[in-house]
Design a protein around this ligand. Structure first.
Ligand SMILES: Cc1cc2nc3c(=O)[nH]c(=O)nc-3n(C[C@H](O)[C@H](O)[C@H](O)COP(=O)(O)OP(=O)(O)OC[C@H]3O[C@@H](n4cnc5c(N)ncnc54)[C@H](O)[C@@H]3O)c2cc1C
Length: 344
């Protein structure tokens, strides 16, 4: 019997597990993939994320998780009329596999039992506990007072609990050798509707040029990707000598009002599984912050599940406010996101 079972060792799950293990709780952190696991990501830690890492993990992100150029100096947005906006801000360029592995190791050092290569397949609440069914080579169950579901975008366990079928954005990005006339210290986002259904982006990781496009209709991604390459060639002198790999992934499609699913009974959701994601796919900070608050709510009000959920929602009010303001800002830059205007 655990106090808490955490599903998923991404930034949300590891933050929750570390916080609760440090608070003296008996925690099981279960991760479907073998660690270090791969996660498609631009790997930009904004200043807020860097601060959260220090606040929750007591250390700065180590050099072993960083890639070159290590310092990200901000974001450059091009709006739907081709106008550029520059947001200068300190940030860090990391490989997600190393960064997330480091976070999970910190949770383990604080006493959480970390099991990797283990999938949660079902959660069932009964008589004051939650029974979680796991699968590795065989199937078995574990019990806990609470479950924190931090399984990320696909939310397959969550679907079984809420019956909700989330909407997705598909991302496609490639890693390339080549040349471009852009400063590698910035993350570039392009909001023109002719280049993607959602956004397109460029950044540099260990001298590789990363180019991506995204949209609701995955069939159209190759079309947008080719257009984006031509645009970057004409506008910034992009020349690719070798494409090393291409990958598709999913992001939650955030809807107007940024609805969050906090949980049901003794099962709480955090990170992307709850619906936390900022524009341009910036989700590490929201994942860590939401999971930290969920963990604090469980530790503070654990005897009453209704109070835990209410406390969790109250603690994340500033975070949801921040998320809405970020989406409103992007809505002001491109018609694609006009439905996200808050009128604020
Ligand atoms: C192309 C792309 C680029 C991005 N770039 C950035 C960026 O530069 N900066 C940024 O801040 N964010 C970025 N994001 C978003 C960011 O990756 C996510 O928001 C963040 O990882 C969410 O954290 P999480 O812990 O909620 O979920 P995840 O990081 O997805 O972690 C969930 C974990 O749960 C595990 N899991 C899933 N199901 C189960 C199960 N049934 N049992 C056990 N384990 C399970 C998964 O294997 C995974 O390890 C990007 C996303 C994409 C797709």
């Amino acid at each position: 019997m655990y106090d808490v079972i955490v599903i998923g060792a991404g930034p949300a799950g590891s933050t929750a597990a570390k916080t609760m293990a440090e608070g003296g709780r008996k925690v099981l952190l279960a991760e479907r993939c073998r660690l270090p696991r791969y996660k498609s990501c631009s790997g930009v830690l904004i200043k807020k994320t860097m601060d959260l890492v220090e606040a929750y993990f007591g250390e700065k992100t180590p050099a072993l998780a960083q890639c070159t150029p290590a310092d990200n100096r901000g974001m450059v947005f091009t709006n739907d009329r081709g106008r550029e906006y520059r947001f200068e801000q300190e940030g860090l360029n990391v490989w997600r596999s190393s960064f997330d592995h480091w976070l999970a190791g910190k949770a383990q050092q604080c006493g959480a039992l970390l099991l990797d290569g283990v999938s949660a397949v079902k959660c069932q609440e009964e008589a004051g506990t939650v029974r979680v069914t796991f699968r590795k080579e065989k199937t078995w169950t574990e019990e806990a007072e609470y479950v924190l579901d931090c399984e990320g975008v696909t939310g397959s366990v969550k679907k079984g609990i809420t019956g909700e079928f989330p909407e997705y954005i598909t991302t496609f990005q490639t890693f390339n050798r080549g040349k471009i006339g852009l400063d590698p210290h910035y993350f570039y986002a392009y909001l023109q509707p002719e280049l993607s259904e959602y956004d397109a982006w460029f950044n540099v990781k260990d001298d590789l040029l990363v180019l991506g496009v995204s949209g609701r209709n995955r069939e159209r991604l190759p079309f947008y990707y080719e257009r984006f390459l031509s645009y970057m060639g004409e506008r910034h002198g992009l020349k690719i000598t070798k494409r090393l790999k291409g990958e598709k992934w999913l992001m939650p499609h955030i809807r107007p009002g940024c609805p969050i699913t906090y949980g049901k009974g003794r099962i709480l959701f955090a990170g992307e599984a709850a619906g936390f994601l900022n524009p341009m796919g910036e989700g590490i900070s929201a994942g860590m912050e939401s999971a930290y608050h969920a963990a604090c709510a469980v530790m503070q009000c654990g005897s009453c599940p209704e109070e835990v959920l209410a406390d969790y929602a109250a603690r994340t009010e500033p975070l949801t406010g921040y998320m809405k303001r970020q989406w409103d800002l992007v809505a002001g830059m491109a018609e694609t996101f006009s439905e996200m205007r808050t009128g604020g």
